[in-house]
Design a protein around this ligand. Structure first.
Ligand code: 8X3
Length: 245
Protein backbone atom coordinates (compact mmCIF):
# COMPACT_ATOMS: atom_id res chain seq x y z
CA UNK A 1 0.00 0.00 0.00
CA UNK A 2 1.37 3.42 -0.94
CA UNK A 3 2.22 5.55 2.05
CA UNK A 4 2.02 9.34 2.21
CA UNK A 5 4.50 11.73 3.78
CA UNK A 6 3.76 15.40 4.46
CA UNK A 7 7.09 17.23 4.46
CA UNK A 8 7.50 20.93 5.22
CA UNK A 9 10.18 23.10 3.66
CA UNK A 10 10.77 21.13 0.46
CA UNK A 11 12.04 24.05 -1.63
CA UNK A 12 15.68 23.47 -0.61
CA UNK A 13 18.13 21.46 1.43
CA UNK A 14 17.01 18.64 3.70
CA UNK A 15 13.31 18.94 2.84
CA UNK A 16 13.93 18.84 -0.88
CA UNK A 17 16.27 15.86 -0.55
CA UNK A 18 13.73 14.10 1.67
CA UNK A 19 10.90 14.68 -0.84
CA UNK A 20 13.08 13.18 -3.58
CA UNK A 21 14.11 10.23 -1.38
CA UNK A 22 10.57 9.29 -0.36
CA UNK A 23 9.10 9.68 -3.87
CA UNK A 24 11.93 7.64 -5.38
CA UNK A 25 11.19 4.93 -2.83
CA UNK A 26 7.54 4.74 -3.81
CA UNK A 27 5.86 7.09 -1.34
CA UNK A 28 3.41 9.85 -2.14
CA UNK A 29 4.78 13.15 -0.87
CA UNK A 30 2.96 16.38 -0.09
CA UNK A 31 5.67 19.01 0.08
CA UNK A 32 5.34 22.57 1.31
CA UNK A 33 7.33 25.73 0.80
CA UNK A 34 7.04 29.45 0.28
CA UNK A 35 8.76 29.65 -3.12
CA UNK A 36 6.34 28.63 -5.88
CA UNK A 37 9.00 28.44 -8.60
CA UNK A 38 11.03 25.92 -6.62
CA UNK A 39 7.95 23.86 -5.78
CA UNK A 40 7.00 23.83 -9.47
CA UNK A 41 10.47 22.67 -10.44
CA UNK A 42 10.36 19.84 -7.90
CA UNK A 43 6.85 18.88 -8.99
CA UNK A 44 7.94 18.59 -12.62
CA UNK A 45 10.94 16.51 -11.59
CA UNK A 46 9.07 14.14 -9.25
CA UNK A 47 5.81 13.76 -11.19
CA UNK A 48 2.41 12.74 -9.92
CA UNK A 49 3.66 11.26 -6.62
CA UNK A 50 4.58 14.76 -5.46
CA UNK A 51 1.93 17.30 -4.54
CA UNK A 52 3.12 20.84 -3.89
CA UNK A 53 1.51 23.09 -1.32
CA UNK A 54 2.61 26.73 -1.32
CA UNK A 55 2.43 27.91 2.27
CA UNK A 56 4.18 29.80 5.03
CA UNK A 57 4.70 28.07 8.38
CA UNK A 58 3.44 31.25 10.05
CA UNK A 59 0.02 31.00 8.42
CA UNK A 60 -1.32 28.73 11.16
CA UNK A 61 -4.98 29.59 10.49
CA UNK A 62 -4.82 27.53 7.28
CA UNK A 63 -3.52 24.35 8.93
CA UNK A 64 -6.78 22.61 9.96
CA UNK A 65 -8.12 22.98 6.42
CA UNK A 66 -4.78 21.85 5.00
CA UNK A 67 -4.82 18.70 7.13
CA UNK A 68 -8.37 17.93 5.96
CA UNK A 69 -7.57 18.44 2.28
CA UNK A 70 -4.36 16.41 2.46
CA UNK A 71 -6.18 13.09 2.91
CA UNK A 72 -4.63 10.23 4.90
CA UNK A 73 -1.04 10.97 5.95
CA UNK A 74 1.27 8.31 7.45
CA UNK A 75 4.25 10.52 8.19
CA UNK A 76 4.68 14.18 9.11
CA UNK A 77 8.21 15.54 8.67
CA UNK A 78 8.47 18.92 10.38
CA UNK A 79 11.54 20.14 8.53
CA UNK A 80 10.83 23.81 7.78
CA UNK A 81 12.86 26.10 9.99
CA UNK A 82 15.48 28.79 9.96
CA UNK A 83 17.98 30.69 12.09
CA UNK A 84 18.16 34.44 12.67
CA UNK A 85 21.45 36.25 12.06
CA UNK A 86 24.23 35.20 14.47
CA UNK A 87 24.19 37.92 17.07
CA UNK A 88 24.12 38.41 20.77
CA UNK A 89 20.57 39.13 21.90
CA UNK A 90 21.75 42.54 23.08
CA UNK A 91 22.45 43.49 19.44
CA UNK A 92 19.57 41.66 17.75
CA UNK A 93 16.53 43.10 15.95
CA UNK A 94 13.25 41.67 17.23
CA UNK A 95 11.59 40.95 13.85
CA UNK A 96 13.95 38.18 12.68
CA UNK A 97 13.67 36.56 16.12
CA UNK A 98 9.87 36.58 15.88
CA UNK A 99 10.06 34.97 12.43
CA UNK A 100 12.22 32.17 13.81
CA UNK A 101 10.04 31.58 16.87
CA UNK A 102 6.83 31.65 14.80
CA UNK A 103 8.28 29.27 12.19
CA UNK A 104 10.36 26.86 14.29
CA UNK A 105 8.01 26.68 17.27
CA UNK A 106 4.50 28.07 16.77
CA UNK A 107 4.10 26.82 13.19
CA UNK A 108 5.51 23.40 14.03
CA UNK A 109 3.18 22.95 16.99
CA UNK A 110 0.12 24.14 15.06
CA UNK A 111 0.82 21.93 12.07
CA UNK A 112 1.44 18.89 14.27
CA UNK A 113 -1.79 19.52 16.21
CA UNK A 114 -3.73 19.80 12.95
CA UNK A 115 -2.38 16.51 11.56
CA UNK A 116 -2.60 14.51 14.81
CA UNK A 117 -6.11 13.06 14.36
CA UNK A 118 -5.11 11.60 10.98
CA UNK A 119 -1.73 10.42 12.22
CA UNK A 120 -3.39 8.67 15.17
CA UNK A 121 -5.86 6.97 12.84
CA UNK A 122 -2.98 5.85 10.59
CA UNK A 123 -0.75 4.84 13.55
CA UNK A 124 1.77 7.00 11.74
CA UNK A 125 4.96 8.80 12.62
CA UNK A 126 6.22 12.33 13.26
CA UNK A 127 9.82 13.28 12.57
CA UNK A 128 10.86 16.69 13.84
CA UNK A 129 14.04 18.41 12.68
CA UNK A 130 15.84 19.77 15.71
CA UNK A 131 19.59 20.46 15.85
CA UNK A 132 22.70 19.79 17.91
CA UNK A 133 22.13 23.38 19.00
CA UNK A 134 19.29 22.02 21.15
CA UNK A 135 21.90 20.52 23.44
CA UNK A 136 25.12 22.48 22.85
CA UNK A 137 24.78 26.28 22.98
CA UNK A 138 27.06 28.59 21.02
CA UNK A 139 27.61 32.33 21.01
CA UNK A 140 25.12 34.26 18.90
CA UNK A 141 22.67 31.38 18.60
CA UNK A 142 20.52 31.70 21.74
CA UNK A 143 17.12 32.03 20.05
CA UNK A 144 17.89 29.42 17.39
CA UNK A 145 19.23 26.99 20.01
CA UNK A 146 16.24 27.71 22.24
CA UNK A 147 13.84 26.99 19.40
CA UNK A 148 15.55 23.70 18.63
CA UNK A 149 15.62 22.72 22.32
CA UNK A 150 11.88 23.31 22.23
CA UNK A 151 11.57 20.97 19.23
CA UNK A 152 13.50 18.25 21.03
CA UNK A 153 11.54 18.49 24.28
CA UNK A 154 8.24 18.90 22.42
CA UNK A 155 9.00 15.66 20.57
CA UNK A 156 9.68 13.77 23.79
CA UNK A 157 6.59 15.22 25.46
CA UNK A 158 4.48 14.30 22.47
CA UNK A 159 5.55 10.70 22.92
CA UNK A 160 3.97 10.84 26.38
CA UNK A 161 0.75 12.37 25.00
CA UNK A 162 0.59 9.75 22.26
CA UNK A 163 1.25 6.72 24.47
CA UNK A 164 -1.05 3.91 23.42
CA UNK A 165 -1.81 5.38 19.99
CA UNK A 166 1.00 3.62 18.12
CA UNK A 167 2.24 6.96 16.72
CA UNK A 168 6.03 7.23 16.73
CA UNK A 169 7.85 10.53 17.33
CA UNK A 170 11.51 11.28 16.68
CA UNK A 171 13.68 14.35 17.11
CA UNK A 172 16.49 14.39 14.55
CA UNK A 173 19.35 16.64 15.64
CA UNK A 174 21.95 17.35 12.96
CA UNK A 175 25.09 19.41 13.28
CA UNK A 176 26.74 20.99 10.26
CA UNK A 177 24.89 20.24 7.04
CA UNK A 178 25.77 22.16 3.89
CA UNK A 179 22.48 23.67 2.70
CA UNK A 180 21.09 27.18 2.27
CA UNK A 181 20.84 27.32 6.11
CA UNK A 182 23.91 29.54 6.48
CA UNK A 183 23.01 31.64 3.45
CA UNK A 184 19.68 32.44 5.12
CA UNK A 185 21.32 33.01 8.49
CA UNK A 186 23.80 35.48 7.02
CA UNK A 187 21.24 37.31 4.89
CA UNK A 188 22.60 35.88 1.62
CA UNK A 189 26.35 36.10 2.24
CA UNK A 190 27.67 33.38 -0.07
CA UNK A 191 31.29 34.00 0.93
CA UNK A 192 30.46 33.53 4.63
CA UNK A 193 28.54 30.36 3.85
CA UNK A 194 31.38 28.98 1.71
CA UNK A 195 33.93 29.87 4.40
CA UNK A 196 31.98 27.95 7.04
CA UNK A 197 31.72 24.75 5.03
CA UNK A 198 35.03 24.97 3.17
CA UNK A 199 37.36 22.09 4.06
CA UNK A 200 34.98 20.82 6.76
CA UNK A 201 33.50 17.96 4.76
CA UNK A 202 30.05 18.76 6.22
CA UNK A 203 27.07 16.44 6.11
CA UNK A 204 24.84 16.75 3.07
CA UNK A 205 21.11 17.19 2.77
CA UNK A 206 21.10 13.68 1.30
CA UNK A 207 22.73 12.28 4.48
CA UNK A 208 19.88 13.67 6.57
CA UNK A 209 17.18 12.66 4.07
CA UNK A 210 18.52 9.09 4.19
CA UNK A 211 18.41 9.22 8.00
CA UNK A 212 14.82 10.47 7.98
CA UNK A 213 13.90 7.66 5.62
CA UNK A 214 15.67 5.11 7.82
CA UNK A 215 13.78 6.30 10.91
CA UNK A 216 10.46 6.39 9.04
CA UNK A 217 10.77 2.82 7.79
CA UNK A 218 11.80 1.13 11.04
CA UNK A 219 9.47 -1.56 12.38
CA UNK A 220 6.26 -0.18 13.90
CA UNK A 221 7.21 -1.32 17.42
CA UNK A 222 10.47 0.63 17.48
CA UNK A 223 10.79 4.34 18.35
CA UNK A 224 14.01 6.32 18.06
CA UNK A 225 13.41 9.16 20.51
CA UNK A 226 16.26 11.43 19.46
CA UNK A 227 19.06 11.04 16.99
CA UNK A 228 22.07 13.37 17.01
CA UNK A 229 24.40 13.53 14.01
CA UNK A 230 27.54 15.48 13.16
CA UNK A 231 30.15 15.34 10.44
CA UNK A 232 33.34 13.72 11.76
CA UNK A 233 35.07 17.09 11.40
CA UNK A 234 32.75 18.79 13.91
CA UNK A 235 33.13 18.41 17.69
CA UNK A 236 33.01 20.66 20.76
CA UNK A 237 35.23 23.45 22.05
CA UNK A 238 35.73 24.09 25.76
CA UNK A 239 33.85 26.49 27.99
CA UNK A 240 34.56 30.17 27.51
CA UNK A 241 35.89 31.89 30.66
CA UNK A 242 36.12 35.68 31.01
CA UNK A 243 39.05 36.64 33.19
CA UNK A 244 39.82 39.84 35.07
CA UNK A 245 42.58 41.89 33.40
C1 8X3 B 1 22.56 23.94 12.87
C2 8X3 B 1 23.64 23.12 13.41
O1 8X3 B 1 26.11 22.95 13.85
O2 8X3 B 1 25.44 24.13 11.84
O3 8X3 B 1 21.33 23.35 13.14
O4 8X3 B 1 25.08 25.16 14.03
S1 8X3 B 1 25.14 23.88 13.28
Amino acid sequence: MTRTAFITGTTAGIGEAAARKFVNDGWQVIGTGRRADRLDRLASELGSNFRAVEMDMRDTSSFDQLAKSSGPVDLLVNNAGLAPPMSGLQAAEQDPLDTVIETNITGLVALTRAFLPGLIEAKGAIINLSSVAATYPYKGGAVYAGSKAFVRQFSLGLRCDLAGTGVRVTSIEPGMVETEFTLVRTGGDQAASDALYNGADPMTAQDIADTIFYVATLPAHLNINALELMPVSQSWAGFAVERKA
